[in-house]
Design a protein around this ligand. Structure first.
Ligand code: UDX
Length: 439
């Protein structure tokens, strides 16, 4: 099939390369000429394990190309995927749909033959129905729209796209139109491998994505709320999560306590979901998500408090090493990064903060240019009064506690992600503390 993919960020670049990997002819489209030039040269403009190989293989095979031209895309493809971002609006909870609307408005008048538009971006429930009207008002041909939300995780984007847990196909009216059949053809290889293909109406498809993210965020904030109780009662949040996780009904995944969730999805998606529920009149229904959000933000404040304590009551003039800038390991994404938020708060309180991250240095510098940056973990720790591990990269788990001990001012380590071997650090003379246990 011939597919166009609009938006070449984390979602779109991965989707374009993976659709080509499935054997389709794919054109990736973006308004950012710099991004397009990189992708055409086989370079992924962000860190995503395994993506560069798939990109290059399919560029070479001639199945994948990139363009900034909507005319070319409209003429080329039968299936048009919308993969642009829906960030949080400035100063509001609601999602900013301007990029989605811009794609639809630019593309629709150019469609002269029968075509299918497939929405993949995370949008507030009700958006797809509005888009159908928008398309039909200007398209010169028979254009259908379906919603096929994407559930991929950064760091596992290729695996999640080529082996998803499920495929969701939201249609205007079940049993009508060609959209479902075309989407089944697009994903035929995955469906044949047994991936469930779930057909529903547009609203359910849109809401499935928002509610999946809300559930995951709630699970993380649940364990972090329990972690607050652990801190005042002498219980241990990690051991407790292990115990809870043995119950199949609960499960251990997403019970990782610590600095909480960040990134380009969970924080803004729960806020957008609350905003849309309110607009629709279900004000009370998702009120608890405010609590989920504030529990999450409180973990960052708690980390700052622990650092103050480790530095004798104030961080003014203290040298702090922050290991980790990405919102999670396996990514260079620093959007709403808990690690950088803590680093920024400490700097505001007068600390000299030096950050190191294995992948996210360029992005971190762009967002927080006034923080100090080092070229290695050990360099960041040089003469530090406290070492904070805020993103659980494998190389931080494997740090040599004795080697680091020899370069710091004070052997105080604060483990924001419960990822270090406490005994090993204590053997090397460190005062070890972490979130989720009594200090
Ligand atoms: C998430 C969803 O998992 C994915 O399905 C959706 O499509 C997009 O949003 P992503 O943002 O890539 O994916 O990251 P995820 O792995 O879900 O982690 C989100 C945040 O939660 C990270 O900051 C992570 O550190 C944190 N987290 C995760 C925890 O604090 N504890 C956990 O147990 C798990």
């Amino acid at each position: 099939m011939r597919c166009a993919v609009f938006g070449t960020g984390y979602l779109g670049a991965t989707h374009a390369a993976c659709m080509a990997e499935l054997g389709h002819d794919v054109l990736g489209v973006d308004v950012d000429a710099g991004k397009i030039a990189k992708l055409e040269a086989g370079e992924v403009p962000f860190y995503e394990p395994g993506l560069a190989e798939i990109l290059r293989r399919n560029l070479e095979a001639g199945r994948l190309a990139f363009t900034t031209s909507y005319h070319d895309a409209a003429a080329f493809a039968d299936v048009h995927f919308i993969c642009v971002g829906t960030p949080q609006k400035q100063g509001e909870y609601a999602a900013d749909l301007s990029h989605v609307n811009a794609v639809v408005d630019a593309l629709s008048p150019l469609l002269t033959g029968a075509a299918l538009i497939v929405g993949k971006s995370t949008v507030p429930v009700g958006t797809a129905v509005d888009l159908v009207e928008r398309v039909r008002a200007v398209a010169h041909a028979d254009v259908e729209l379906v919603w096929n939300p994407e559930f991929l995780r950064e760091g596992f984007a290729v695996q999640d796209t080529l082996s998803p847990d499920r495929l969701v196909c939201g249609v205007e009216r079940k049993g009508e139109g060609r959209g479902e059949a075309i989407l089944r053809d697009v994903y035929a290889e995955l469906i044949d491998r047994g991936v469930p293909f779930l057909v529903t109406e547009l609203a359910t498809a849109e809401l499935a994505k928002s509610s999946a993210n809300a559930f995951l965020a709630t699970k993380i904030s649940f364990i972090n709320a329990i972690a607050e109780v652990c801190e005042v009662s002498g219980a241990d949040a990690v051991e407790l999560a292990d115990i809870l996780g043995h119950d199949d009904r609960i499960g251990r995944r997403f019970l990782g306590s610590g600095l909480g969730f960040g990134g380009g999805c969970l924080p803004k998606d729960i806020r957008a979901l609350m905003a849309r529920a309110g607009e629709l009149g279900a004000n009370q229904a998702l009120h608890f998500l405010r609590e989920v959000d504030s529990i999450n933000m409180r973990r960052r404040t708690r980390m700052v408090e622990l650092t103050r304590q480790a530095c004798g009551g104030s961080v003014l003039g203290a040298r702090i090493a922050v290991l980790g800038a990405a919102f999670k390991p396996g990514s260079d994404d620093v959007r709403d990064s808990p690690a950088l938020n803590v680093a920024g708060q400490l700097q505001l309180e007068g600390a000299a903060v030096t950050v190191f991250d294995p992948q996210a240095m360029d992005n971190a510098r762009r967002v927080f240019p006034t923080l100090g940056y080092a070229t290695s973990a050990i360099e960041a720790c040089n003469r530090a009064d406290a070492v904070l591990v805020l993103t659980e990269w494998p190389e931080f788990r494997d740090l040599d506690a004795t080697a680091i001990a020899s370069v710091v001012n004070t052997r105080a380590v604060l483990d924001g992600r419960s990822c270090l071997d406490r005994e090993e650090w204590e053997r090397s003379g460190w005062a070890y503390s972490r979130l989720g246990v009594a200090v």
